[in-house]
Design a binder for this molecule. Structure first.
Ligand code: SF4
Ligand code: SF4
Length: 68
């Protein structure tokens, strides 16, 4: 399915993808703590994703996969 998929346990919660997304559909999930102890980013409106790849390009930890 087209969209952006974040591996929550790879994410370090830096927020760069949140800033990068032109659709503003990525947020830090403050209610979740991953195995590294960070609050990970998650996509809040997958249907609004335009698969531009900006989040993928920005992520320093390669936690994001974008499917077109
Ligand atoms: S692929 Fe583009 S629109 Fe989709 S979540 Fe990433 S930055 Fe946002
Ligand atoms: S850029 Fe990568 S490591 Fe940083 S919050 Fe987004 S998914 Fe997590």
């Amino acid at each position: 399915m087209p969209g952006a998929y974040i591996d929550a346990n790879v994410c370090k919660g830096c927020g760069l993808c949140v800033t990068a997304c032109p659709k503003k559909i990525i947020q830090i999930d403050e209610k979740t703590i991953n195995i590294k102890g960070y609050a990970p980013a998650h996509v809040v409106d997958q249907e609004a994703c335009v698969a531009c790849g900006a989040c993928y390009a920005m992520c320093p930890d390669c936690a994001i996969t974008v499917e077109r």
